[in-house]
Design a protein around this ligand. Structure first.
Ligand code: PHE
Length: 361
């Protein structure tokens, strides 16, 4: 029975010392595996005399159970220790303050475009788009601006390059969003109710002009559209956009080749102590050009001017953004100064909608 005591001592010690699951498995195989020491000993029972078997049998069985139990106990102790170690290493203090992440902001121009789109959508205007590189036909001819017309020069057009020998008129960077009127007419025919916000380009650069700026074109065509509806639409827009109960717009007779009659529109405002207020005061600020679409323009867009008429307007987005959010310098819009963008930018979740209010709170 010494042999059994030796085996017992040896395996219990190895089990106790096994550092991990793999080592423990090796001990199990060495003791109780098919060719394990204890297993082999049990096989020897067959060759013993009945008498010997009577004492050796129970002793070996007891040894087997004891080693087995020790293996299980060690296994679960190792698992517990592994879990403890993992819990310790993966411990997380959820009360720590979060790491600050630099977040981008929505540019005021983008914000204002979203705002005005929401307001005009509410009045039934869909958004239309056109290319920023236009043919001179869309930018000028179709809008009744003849080749020798001074406004081609007045608009300080950027012309695209043509290969030497290519006599076609060069494309232009569109000088206004009005060419989208023609594209909308061609694409969908009458009736039409669209706005077309986007970038436009003129060779001009000073405190109140940048070579690229933004306009929103408006176009409504139907059988009996009138100047009165233009006025109502613009007043309604200004009330919603500037979030004031009353606005006063002043229509000044003007001239555009693509509208007849034409009017430039000013909004009543006051500058007091450097603070701009919309809707009151004795100053006027020009915000847009407008008029009744010229019959020749309808024709160029493939619409019969004897059946249809409409109004159009072109508003400066940068200008109304400056007015609404008190931004004093136009050029800052396009300088990408991060400090400016953080100050004047909008949170990305601050989506304008008529129901939620249009501006930040
Ligand atoms: N396209 C004109 C401009 O850029 C504005 C305008 C648009 C005027 C539509 C009348 C009608 O100045």
């Amino acid at each position: 029975m010494d042999a059994i005591a030796t085996l017992r001592g040896k395996y219990l010690e190895q089990i106790g010392a096994a550092p991990d699951a793999d080592a423990l498995e090796s001990v199990r195989l060495a003791a109780l595996g098919k060719k394990g020491e204890i297993s082999l000993k049990m096989r020897e029972l067959g060759q013993m005399s009945a008498e010997e078997r009577q004492t050796a049998g129970p002793a070996l069985n007891a040894l087997k159970s004891e080693v087995d139990a020790a293996l299980k106990a060690r296994k679960s102790a190792l698992e517990d220790a592994a879990l403890d170690a993992r819990l310790k290493s993966e411990w997380l203090d959820v009360t720590l303050p979060g790491r600050p992440r630099p977040m981008g902001t929505i540019h005021p121009i983008s914000q204002v475009m979203d705002e005005l789109t929401a307001i005009f959508a509410d009045m039934g205007f869909a958004v239309a788009e056109g290319p920023q590189i236009e043919s001179d036909w869309y930018n000028f001819d179709a809008l009744n601006i003849a080749p020798e017309h001074p406004s081609r020069q007045e608009m300080d057009t950027f012309y695209m390059h043509r290969a030497a020998g290519d006599e076609r008129p060069p494309h232009v960077l569109r000088t206004h969003t009005s060419p989208v009127q023609i594209r909308a007419m061609q694409n969908q025919g009458a009736p039409i109710r669209i706005i077309a916000p986007g970038r436009v380009y003129r060779m001009d650069m000073d405190q109140t002009h940048t070579p690229m700026f933004h306009q929103v074109e408006g176009l409504a065509i139907d059988r009996d559209i009138s100047m009165a509806q233009l006025k109502w639409t613009l007043e309604e827009f200004c009330r919603a956009f500037f979030e004031v109960d009353e606005v006063e717009l002043r229509f000044r007779a003007s001239h555009f080749p693509f509208t007849e009659p034409s009017a430039e529109v000013d909004i009543r405002c006051s500058w007091e102590g450097g603070q701009l207020k919309i809707g009151e005061g004795k100053d006027w600020l020009e915000i847009l050009g407008s008029g009744m679409v010229h019959p020749k323009v309808l024709q160029a867009g493939g619409i019969d001017p004897n059946e249809w008429q409409g109004f159009a307007f072109g508003m400066g987005i940068d200008r109304i953004a400056m007015l609404k959010y008190g931004i004093p310098d136009l050029r800052a819009f396009f300088e990408s100064d991060l400090r400016w963008l953080r100050h004047y930018g909008f949170a990305s979740l601050d989506q304008p909608s008529l129901a939620a209010g249009l501006s930040r709170v």
